[in-house]
Design a protein around this ligand. Structure first.
Ligand SMILES: Nc1nc(=O)c2c([nH]1)NC[C@@H]1CN(c3ccc(C(=O)N[C@@H](CCC(=O)O)C(=O)O)cc3)CN21
Ligand SMILES: CC(C)C(=O)C(=O)O
Length: 553
């Protein structure tokens, strides 16, 4: 199955361009019969797949190539190999070139020996048969979820992500997969109509998920726990990829997402919907779903039912409930006894806003502080794995944290808690408009002013549309062959639609002229770069030339 020296040479080029060691790109001629039998992938299939889908950053092409070239050293991908760099798409391009050079029937094989991670587990699919590109894509989807999870780890090093294309991925929830297939169905079932470009699938998961054990280890080691709220897919992706330990689908969604003034109106149905979206976006963080007002207070059995829904329908790992009164402690105990992890919440409990008379700081007198402490201890005895302490003075939080043997997660509770939580929109400065300033609590630090960025982007878009700057030729990608344009114009005239024919011809000519201009500018830039660099890589200008050719009127 020798593919000839040309393919070998091009494979070396693939390795060079992608910062892979040449050994990783094992060509067919070096494969032993057994490894060859294990892993034959027609490169032409990769070519078709990677070129047929215009995925910015070449994410999918990258993954395919990854799958076909064996594993990289160790479990962590090198930055060059992440979709954040341009290397993947280059790699795909060179691989495509290799395929066409060595004719489309050449095979590339994977060295079976190299296809394990440093933990000894298989890294990526070793066997890819010879299906259509669509089948091949599905196959990769299938294999992706077989990626092994590493043992629990403490320190998390966020991997570089493509800035515009954060790792989109479904939530694998491996433990659900093994324990109860039913639980995982809404989150991992591939769409029956799988889209051509699996942009939302992202690279295969490589990081261990945060579990109760991870949380316990961090707590025991005195390392601060991090928690942030998320309410939908993009916020979950952001929080998760930032390496936050715990992702809380908070009932603050009622306020920051739905625009209510309190958290009371949100329903359990709404919350499970938020949870599902979050579960699809998070792959590492421990997921906690807030039980909304009214779904757990009446009876411990209601509490259990609601909690079970949060896991079963919402894909959460645990639930949170507010309050430390005896009835709440009973509810917490009943849920824990059902086998669902519970996070408690004392201090300011926003669901009691009606009784409290506002979102006020709590436990500012000793007697009240002792009551909060009693509640915290009762919740711990009921089996809660952690507690949120909200809006209490730092010293009270410090005392409670010292006395408990489960972690406290503070919000407006000073720096001595075992961890901290903030609302996503608050810390990002999403609501920086003065109107919202009054609903952003004093304890929130704004780490950005994302609301300003969003506002100015939207204004620029509006302006460009109003001035007909957008879309322009650059964002008008769909072409019609010259011949077809002429036929269309003729047909339109035949129907007495001369004005429409004029419009067709004018726009076609305008776009063609813009393409010619762009191609000329690209060639000039390439020439200048070659003149300046001397040993430039001489980037392919075939596309530009083709464009100019097609555009010629
Ligand atoms: N965006 C947002 N961030 C939050 O932290 C948050 C929510 N929403 N919704 C649910 C609860 C409500 N929270 C809040 C909301 C406001 C204050 C606040 O501004 N308190 C004032 C006192 C107000 C009063 O006395 O009435 C303060 O000075 O702390 C505190 C916590 C915390 N949670
Ligand atoms: C503020 C946090 C702790 C919360 O409960 C929520 O976001 O609903």
């Amino acid at each position: 199955m020798s593919a000839g020296p040309k393919l070998r040479e091009l494979c070396a080029k693939v390795a060079a361009q992608s910062s892979l060691s040449a050994a990783h790109v094992a060509c067919a001629q070096t494969a032993t019969p057994s490894s060859a039998a294990l892993s034959m992938t027609p490169l032409s299939a990769i070519t078709r797949l990677s070129l047929s889908r215009r995925v910015p950053g070449g994410v999918n092409a990258w993954r395919l190539l990854h799958a076909c070239s064996g594993s990289f050293d160790g479990a962590q991908p090198s930055p060059q190999l992440s979709p954040a760099s341009s290397a993947p798409s280059d790699t795909a391009t060179v691989a495509a070139a290799a395929a066409s050079h060595s004719n489309s029937t050449s095979n590339i094989s994977i060295s079976a020996a190299s296809n394990t991670q440093s933990n000894g587990l298989p890294a990526t699919p070793t066997h890819l048969p010879n299906p259509t590109s669509q089948q091949q894509q599905q196959l990769l989807h299938h294999h992706r979820w077989k990626a092994p999870t590493l043992p629990s780890q403490h320190s998390y090093h966020p991997q570089p992500h493509h800035p515009q294309h954060p790792h989109h991925h479904q939530h694998p929830h491996p433990q659900h997969q093994h324990q109860a297939p039913l639980l995982s169905q809404p989150f991992r079932r591939p769409l029956s109509v799988q889209p051509e470009a699996a942009v939302y699938a992202g690279p295969s998961p490589r990081t261990a998920r945060v579990t109760l054990r991870t949380i316990r280890k961090k707590y025991d080691a005195g390392e601060p726990l991090t928690m942030v709220t998320a309410y939908d897919y993009p916020s979950a992706v952001h929080v998760d990829t930032a390496g936050i330990d715990i992702l809380l689908v908070g009932d603050s969604a009622a306020m920051v997402v739905h625009g209510h003034d309190t958290t009371l109106p949100i329903s359990l149905d709404d919350m499970t919907s938020h949870c599902r979206a979050v579960a699809r976006g998070a792959r590492r963080a421990f997921l906690v779903g807030d039980l909304p007002f009214g779904c757990y207070e009446t009876d411990p059995r209601d509490a259990v039912k609601s909690a079970v829904r949060m896991l079963k329908e919402g894909g959460m790992d645990a639930v949170k409930l507010e309050g430390g009164s005896p009835a709440r402690v009973e509810a917490a105990r009943a849920i824990v006894e059902t086998g669902v992890a519970v996070m408690g919440h004392v201090g300011l409990t926003p669901q009691s806003v009606s009784a409290i008379g506002g979102f006020r700081p709590q436990a500012q007198v000793a007697e009240e502080a002792l009551r909060v402490l009693d509640q915290a201890q009762a919740l711990q005895r009921a089996g809660c794995f952690a507690l949120v302490l909200e809006c209490v003075p730092g010293p009270i939080a410090a005392g409670i944290t010292r006395v408990l043997s489960i972690p406290t997660i503070g919000i407006g509770a000073g720096g001595e808690c075992s961890g901290q939580v903030l609302v996503y929109h608050d810390l990002l400065g999403m609501m920086s408009h003065p109107h919202h300033a009054k609903v952003t609590p004093k304890f929130c630090k704004q780490y950005a002013r994302v609301g300003d960025i969003i506002g100015s982007a939207l204004q620029r878009y509006r302006q460009e549309v109003e001035e007909r700057v957008f879309p322009g030729p650059q964002y008008s990608p769909y072409r019609m062959p010259e011949q077809e344009v002429r036929s269309l114009a003729e047909a339109l005239r035949g129907r007495g639609l001369g004005a429409a024919a004029e419009a067709v011809l004018e726009e076609a000519e305008k776009l063609a002229a813009a393409r010619r201009e762009a191609a000329a500018a690209k060639e000039a830039a390439a020439a200048a770069a070659a003149a300046a660099g001397g040993s430039g890589s001489g980037g392919g200008s075939g596309g530009a030339a083709g464009g100019a050719g097609r555009g010629g009127a």
